[in-house]
Design a protein around this ligand. Structure first.
Ligand SMILES: [Zn+2]
Length: 321
């Protein structure tokens, strides 16, 4: 595969699409920079969505005097070898070839990838050399493996670290497994834990916040632990142990130069971030040299990553590799 990072490809014009459940965002990317962006609400029918994506790509690039060389499409769903594995939120049937479906509307080479992989690829561009594993925590957990600026997705799902198994006797995961990292630790599970403590009256601070009408999030659980709440502390400690076990698996499988942790909860300054790093320092393999870095979520990263992927795949196709 060609070795092209986000800043590769010089001034080749590429279009990037972030195809989400609520919004469709499109950017014109040149020289690794976004030169123009557009955002529209996702229409209901698939036929309208295809037409809208095509119109947005043409509209976003029209003032630049040339058509984009390729289109990278980051999609909220599983993508395997260029086709949709599953993307029920967007209404796609499994196996849909979106690049082929777009072609009548937009006669350009289009390359599909998962939206978290696109974000990870954009994030990893800061480290153009070596192996970077991105581990992103928002509502769920996702990630990607990037080598020398190129995505290494395997058949599609490599780097989907939310499904690293931590506890074989743990709760069921929608993926079909049990005890996956994502069902033990994620923005969703920490928020659920905070709400459960509040409802059971087991945390005065959380109960008071819930009574005031506030919807509790992971940050509230961390505030409770910071306030000396023993139950919140226990939950976060257990979660930190589980998360650091996930990091061990990434090191064992990829031994990357660095693991980039993305998301506010994973910052080194948060209660969870400190606890998780402390567990990692205690339990890391003695030979492990992998560095941990942190970045905040950045919505432009998904667009830059999708553009980088498209340029990479297009260049590889041209060279016959
Ligand atoms: Zn799973």
């Amino acid at each position: 595969m060609a070795d092209l990072a986000v800043d590769g490809g010089h001034d080749t014009l590429v279009a990037a699409v972030d195809w989400g459940g609520t919004w469709i965002r499109v950017a014109a990317v040149s020289g690794g920079r976004i030169v123009r962006k557009d955002r529209r609400a996702k229409p209901k029918s698939l036929a309208e969505q295809y037409a809208t994506v095509a119109d947005m790509v043409l509209h976003t690039t029209s003032h630049l005097g040339q058509l984009p060389t390729a289109v990278g499409v980051g999609l909220a769903g599983v993508v395997q070898e260029g086709v949709v594995g599953t993307a029920h939120n967007l209404g796609f049937t499994d196996g849909t070839d979106i690049a082929a479906a777009l072609r009548p509307h937009l006669p350009l080479p289009a390359y599909l990838l998962n939206d978290v992989q696109a974000t990870a690829l954009g994030v990893a561009a800061r480290w153009p050399h070596g192996t970077t594993a991105v581990l992103a925590m928002g509502t769920g957990i996702g990630g990607a493996v990037v080598k020398d600026g190129s995505l290494h997705p395997g058949l599609g799902g490599a780097g989907d670290f939310g499904h690293v198994v931590i506890d074989v006797d743990g709760p069921r995961c929608p993926c079909g497994g049990t005890g996956c990292l994502e069902v033990l630790v994620s923005g969703r599970t920490l928020a659920e834990a905070a709400n459960a403590l509040a409802e059971a009256g087991l945390s005065p601070l959380l109960a008071a916040r819930a009574r005031s009408g506030r919807v509790l999030h992971a940050g509230d659980l961390q505030d409770a632990a910071q306030d000396g709440d023993s139950r919140a502390t226990e939950i976060l400690n257990r979660s930190a142990i589980a998360f650091s076990a996930g990091i061990r698996t990434i090191v064992a499988t990829h031994d990357p130069h660095r693991i980039v942790l993305a998301g506010a909860t994973l910052a080194p300054t948060t209660w969870f971030g400190r606890a998780m790093r402390a567990h990692w320092d205690l339990t890391r393999p003695h030979w492990a040299r992998t560095e941990l870095h942190h970045v905040e979520q950045d919505e432009d990263a998904a667009l830059l990553g999708a553009a980088s992927y498209a340029l990479d795949r297009f260049t590889a196709a041209q060279s016959g590799s």
